[in-house]
Design a protein around this ligand. Structure first.
Ligand code: UDP
Length: 333
């Protein structure tokens, strides 16, 4: 099978490329390198023993993307490309809507022109907003509290609509909670070039000495220790979920959304403590006010996704930190 990965040089995309190449598929990466390095293509080839095709293309360039899709003869697309920071989206709302929403419609146009009808989409568990109960099932209301989450919720509506009017489409939207960690080889990992703002990379930079301390954004949430609770899932588990999702879209039609988390809520303080324990060193922290747009607690009800995707087990937070640190410690920049 040939699979096109938009955002294929990014955090999840690069790990996905390795897994698909190792499974014998052909992989085409499309990435505008706005938050990734082209050198990741070499790393992917080094791990997988095979080089993916790479195109430095913005997904909003529909003409260029259409050419890539046509030449690839692909069966399916995984659309990872997009902007992903809650905090940044509060300052750049229009950019977030443009890149994420116009990016998706461009992918849909190019797919439509070239006859591709299978898509796996990177959505977010943050679209639920302040949920009535946690863990959150897929049936919970969608109530985004920031432009990033809003853009993902709107993308899901677009995809559901496309599937409703054209039953030849098959779309699986994966609502990620908090992907983290790295490939066990230590060769690829979370390596943003534009903004380091997600908690695990910030912890890594602090352990590494590049940052003085980890800011804790909010200590007055309605949670056990007052800090925000999230559901951290190892990137390799996320990648396995996508591989299973690609199998599902081959045999079904219509739109479906599934949660991708571990189902276990971990607070910011608990996560920093776990990192300190695994890496055996103190991690300095500084308390800050809440970030606007953040909610108190998000964790996935994984009942449905485990059943649909045949997932049995997940790597733990200790593996997330061991792998993330192997990558960070081995990086030279
Ligand atoms: N967070 C924090 N300090 C940081 C980065 C994040 O306290 O340096 C908190 C953030 O407010 C949120 C959680 O950690 O409650 C996870 O944030 P992240 O940006 O990693 O992912 P999000 O859940 O916002 O997509």
């Amino acid at each position: 099978m040939t699979i096109v990965l938009t955002g294929g040089c990014g955090f999840i995309g690069s790990h996905q490329a390795v897994a698909l190449l190792e499974a014998g598929h052909d992989v085409v990466l499309v990435d505008d390198l706005s938050n990734a390095r082209e050198s990741v293509v070499d790393r992917i080839a080094e791990i997988a023993g095979r080089r993916p095709e790479f195109h430095a293309t913005d997904v909003r360039d529909t003409e260029a993307l259409t050419k890539v899709l046509a030449a690839s003869g692909c069966d399916s697309i995984i659309h990872f490309a997009g902007l992903k920071h809650v905090s940044e989206s509060m300052e750049r709302a229009i950019d977030y809507l443009d890149v994420n929403l116009a990016g998706l419609t461009s992918v849909l146009k190019a797919a439509d022109t070239t006859g591709v009808r299978r898509l796996v989409f990177s959505s977010s568990g943050s679209i639920y907003g302040p949920a009535e109960r946690v863990p959150i099932p897929e049936t919970a209301p969608v109530n985004p509290t920031n432009p990033y989450s809003r853009s993902k919720a709107l993308c899901e509506q677009v995809l559901a609509q496309v599937c409703a009017v054209d039953p030849s489409w098959s779309v699986m939207s994966l609502r990620y909670f908090n992907p983290a960690g790295a490939h066990p080889s230590g060769l690829i990992g979370e390596d943003p070039t534009h903004l380091i703002s997600n908690l695990v990379p910030v912890i890594m930079e602090t352990v590494n000495g590049a940052f003085d301390s980890v800011p804790i954004f909010g200590t007055d949430f309605d949670t056990d220790d007052g800090t925000a609770v999230r559901d951290y899932i190892h990137v390799m588990d996320v990648v396995e979920a996508h591989a299973a999702a690609l199998d599902v879209v081959k045999t079904t039609t219509g739109f479906e959304a599934l949660n991708i988390g571990r189902g276990e809520g971990v607070s910011v303080r608990q996560l920093i403590t776990a990192a300190g324990d695994v890496l055996d060193r103190p991690i300095p922290t500084v308390e800050h006010p809440r970030r606007t747009g953040d909610v108190a607690a998000l964790a996935a009800d994984t009942t449905r996704s485990k059943k649909r995707l045949g997932i049995h087990d997940y790597r733990g937070v200790d593996t997330i930190f061991r792998d993330a640190w192997r990558f960070r410690a081995g990086r030279t920049t």
